[in-house]
Each structure stands twice: as structure tokens, then as C-alpha cells.
Design a protein around this ligand. Structure first.
Ligand code: GTP
Ligand code: MG
Length: 171
């Protein structure tokens, strides 16, 4: 079993391609109120969780709420792909502004499995190429996360390790 140690007060960025199981993992290990999901923020600002044109506004709102939560001392989990440096930079900035540690949890599943899951979902319509690009971004992310300021980078590889992981909050 893999134990994922995170500070009691942290900004946790889930990192993984679409279909890697981020939302499932978040629901399993954290309270709904602790999880800020990009989908939910797109829906909040645009009535459509897949409206990519709403991304800038959605992330602006998400960062704002994350900042408010951290100011109030609340553990906050960001459920978004977080595959690109610029997306993660916003999270590191919010964490730093509030003197809170940014932590990454990477969910790495085989691309074929993520694609299989995508095909069986009604709420996702992206193509194979989009997933392949996300997978390339994920590969690249490994060398970047620590440098970007993530103080701990936990990597869960494969369905079994993800399934068996437990979160331990450090006082
Ligand atoms: P995006 O929101 O598109 O970025 O994907 P995500 O990373 O949040 O993936 P999500 O948690 O929505 O999981 C995608 C699909 O895989 C869902 O239909 C889940 O039911 C399924 N799934 C996720 N985790 C597991 C798992 O551990 N076991 C099994 N059997 N299915 C899983
Ligand atoms: Mg999700």
C-alpha cells in the first residue's frame, strides 16, 4: 500500500490525463467541499462543464476560491488535469501567496486504459489525438513539477497502486 503524506494544510494539485481517475480519487479521499474541480467551475460560469472557451474565467474563479480557502486554513484539492506548466504556475502562486505548501499527486495510468474509459463516458468527447497530447504533457511534467515549486510530488502508477493508496494528513 502506498501512503501519500500531505500536510494538513496544503494545496493539492491532482495531475493526470483525462480518464486517469482524478475525480474518482478526489471523491474517494476528500470531502466534496475540499475539492475544486475545473469542470464544476466551467459549469458555474458558463452552464457547460465542457465549454473550453470558459476556461480562463473558470480558472480565475477557481484560483480565487482556492485562495480564500487557504487564507482560512482549509486543505484544498484541485481536480483538473494540471498537465501544463502555466496551469500549475497559477496554483503554485496561490499557495505561495498564502504560505501554504503546494503538493502534487500524479495519477499515471496506461494511455490505452484512459482511452477505453473515455470511450465509455458520455461526458467526454475529445479524440484520441487530444489524449495522446495529454499523455505527452504528462511525461514532460515529471521533470518539471519539483522545479516549479511543488514541495512534494507523489506519483501513483497504475490502477492497483491508485486503488491501494491512502492519504495521511501530517500535523
Ligand atoms: P477528466 O475529468 O476527464 O480529466 O477525468 P478524470 O481523471 O477525472 O477521470 P474520472 O475519475 O472521471 O474517471 C474516468 C472514468 O474511469 C470514470 O468512468 C470512472 O468510473 C472510471 N474510473 C476511475 N477510476 C477508476 C478505478 O479506480 N477503477 C475503475 N474500475 N474505474 C475507474
Ligand atoms: Mg474529472
Amino acid at each position: 500500500m502506498t501512503t501519500v503524506d500531505i500536510p494538513e494544510l496544503a494545496l493539492v494539485a491532482l495531475v493526470g490525463v483525462s480518464g486517469s481517475g482524478k475525480s474518482t480519487f478526489a471523491a474517494r479521499h476528500f470531502a466534496p467541499s475540499q475539492v475544486l474541480a475545473s469542470d464544476a467551475f466551467r459549469a458555474m460560469v458558463a452552464d457547460d462543464e465542457n465549454d473550453q472557451s470558459a476556461s480562463a474565467d473558470a480558472f480565475g474563479a477557481l484560483h480565487h476560491v482556492a485562495g480564500v480557502r487557504l487564507r482560512r486554513g482549509r486543505l484544498t484539492v484541485v481536480d483538473a488535469t494540471n498537465l501544463q506548466p502555466h496551469a500549475r504556475a497559477g496554483l503554485v502562486r496561490v499557495a505561495r501567496e498564502h504560505d501554504v505548501l503546494p503538493v502534487a499527486i500524479v495519477l499515471d495510468v496506461p494511455e490505452a486504459l484512459a482511452w477505453e474509459r473515455t470511450l465509455s463516458r458520455a461526458d467526454r468527447t475529445h479524440g484520441r489525438q487530444v489524449l495522446a497530447r495529454m499523455q505527452r504533457d504528462l511525461r514532460r511534467s515529471y521533470g518539471q513539477l519539483a522545479r516549479e515549486g511543488f514541495r512534494k510530488v507523489h506519483v501513483l502508477r497504475g490502477v492497483e497502486e491508485i486503488d491501494a493508496a491512502r492519504i495521511r494528513l501530517e500535523k
